[in-house]
Design a protein around this ligand. Structure first.
Ligand SMILES: Nc1ncnc2c1ncn2[C@@H]1O[C@H](COP(=O)(O)OP(=O)(O)O[C@H]2O[C@H](CO)[C@@H](O)[C@H](O)[C@H]2O)[C@@H](O)[C@H]1O
Length: 479
């Protein structure tokens, strides 16, 4: 098949979160099984200044209609393999910035124009480059309007650009909501500005565009696909999603098992596998040394997360005394909401022997936390899929997760299923996390069971190989 993806992030080029990891893996794995895959990304500064971009070639020049203006743009191509092309949409006014979406204080105030422009530019590029796709797959709100723009362009030109369009929701909480006045930048007929179109509580919603106008809607785990049809998790869009229920599918993400491999991870001082865990001890020593902690009686707990309400940081903040009381260590790597950053730093200052907090985005350190911890805490309030609980299992670091979204799909609870369990699954509230922590401590005290659980976790298959087959059959069934 000829498959085109469009998203605003992709690992290793630009990443602010899990979206990038998933897009990077899909790009690679679909090409790996023989499909011709193109990926469209905005030309952010980080990409333009990268070494790789030096070999990119200018392919076409665009004139994109945005409200009353026609704005120039460029499409650059990087051939990455026989079947993999990365297209970069360049318009420096919009994308040549330090950050992707905004400063620490607030979002850029032209994000509506930036991503409407990007979505229209992809359609125009596909037309000019004569990419006739079997599948166009868009990700998250930044590309929510792309399926609709594509169909409008097809109507206008009478030329087919893609047989089927897919829209993936990686996180329904980010919706791309803008004032009704932003609608003018879409240049769409005004019937799309109503309740059956993009309108959402007196605003326009880019994610709703994807939900209404893509042929298939996907999300990143079967459990989250069910949850988002309910008011508790639907973020106000449960009604719109109900309308499309028949076309909504959840496939749990995989992980890049080459990048996340304790047997050859270049960021680790020593390597290990399920039959020889000794290297994991070395990783723990390195981790503790790096953050200035000494090993205590209890286990080492790790956290790597964007510091947002979603990730259950409020629940974690309520459990700080657990680590002190039980002589455990907590190493947290995260960045995000300044209030959480401050609160966490305060705890680290009050309990310097037990808690270390690193407020930074650091890929290498995230590998070290995964390898060097005994347990990994992920008490999310909601979680479309989550990746760290899978990285953790692969690194023999038993995850403690709340039983929501993809966490429930990917972790087997040791308390209810001691024979097969690979982590702890609890209710997403204070008592739930407290119970999970207590249970983990108990297991840590029983070395034989603890090591068995670690080995079981490490042997699980979270590779993209299995997931790619599911994507492939979904694509094939749709065309
Ligand atoms: N300070 C830091 N330093 C280094 N690395 C850091 C970091 N903070 C976070 N990360 C990394 O960012 C990624 C986070 O991925 P997640 O899937 O857990 O969450 P995210 O909410 O971003 O993604 C959304 O999209 C993904 C993809 O579909 C869904 O799995 C998820 O549920 C949904 O919320 C992981 O690779 C993690 O290691």
């Amino acid at each position: 098949m000829k498959i085109v993806h469009a998203a605003s992030e992709m690992f290793p080029y630009v990443k602010t979160g899990g979206l990038a990891d998933v897009c990077g893996s899909l790009f690679k794995s679909l090409a790996g099984v023989g499909h011709e895959v193109s990926f469209f990304l905005p030309g952010y500064r980080k990409i333009i200044e990268s070494k790789e971009f030096e070999s990119a070639k200018l392919k076409v020049v665009l004139q994109v209609e945005l409200g009353e203006q026609f704005l120039r743009g460029e499409v650059w191509a990087l051939t990455l393999g026989r079947r993999q092309t990365l297209y970069i949409i360049r318009r420096d006014e919009f994308f040549d910035r330090t950050n992707l979406y905004g400063t620490r204080e607030r979002d850029y105030d032209d994000n509506d124009r930036r991503f409407i422009y990007f979505s229209k530019a992809v359609v125009q590029a596909m037309r000019l480059l004569e990419i006739k796709a079997d599948i166009l797959h868009c990700h998250d709100w930044q590309t929510g309007l792309l399926p609709l723009f594509l169909r409008m362009a097809e109507q206008e030109t009478g030329k087919s650009l893609a047989l089927k369009t897919f829209f993936s929701i990686h996180n329904l909480a980010f919706q791309g909501l803008y004032p009704r006045s932003s609608f003018k930048f879409t240049n769409l007929p005004k019937e799309f500005n109503g309740i059956d179109g993009l309108e959402f509580y007196e605003q326009i919603s880019m994610i709703k565009g994807g939900i209404f106008f893509a042929d298939k809607i996907m999300t990143v785990s079967p459990n989250y696909a069910r949850e988002i049809l309910t008011p508790e998790f639907g973020c106000g869009l449960e009604g719109a999603l109900k309308v499309r229920e028949e076309d909504l599918v959840g496939i749990a993400n995989g992980i890049d098992t080459e990048v996340w491999n304790p047997q050859k991870d270049p960021y680790l001082i020593n390597h290990y596998n399920a039959s020889d865990l000794s290297g994991k001890q070395d990783c723990q020593e390195t981790l503790l040394k790096k953050v200035g902690l000494a090993k205590g009686e209890g286990p080492v707990y790790g956290v790597v997360a964007r510091l947002t309400q979603q990730k259950g940081i409020d629940l974690l903040l309520k459990q700080m005394s657990f680590f002190v009381k039980n002589d455990c260590r907590l190493v947290l790597l995260g960045k995000g909401d300044p209030n959480y950053e401050k609160a966490l730093k305060r705890f680290a200052k009050s309990y310097p022997e037990h808690i270390a907090v690193c407020i930074v985005l650091d890929e290498e350190m995230s590998h070290l936390v995964e390898a060097g911890s005994d347990f990994f805490i992920m008490p999310s309030i909601f979680e479309p899929c989550g990746l760290n609980q899978m990285y953790s299992q692969r690194y023999g670091t038993l995850p403690l997760v709340s039983g929501v979204g993809g966490l429930k799909d990917t972790v087997i609870d040791i308390v209810s299923d001691p024979e097969n369990g690979t982590g702890f699954v609890f209710e997403a509230n204070n008592d739930g996390l407290a119970a999970g922590l207590e249970a983990s401590l108990e297991l840590y005290g029983n070395e034989k069971d603890f090591v068995h659980a670690i080995k079981r976790a490490m042997k699980r298959d979270f590779s993209w190989k299995r997931v790619t087959t599911e994507y492939e059959s979904l694509y094939l069934d749709s065309i």
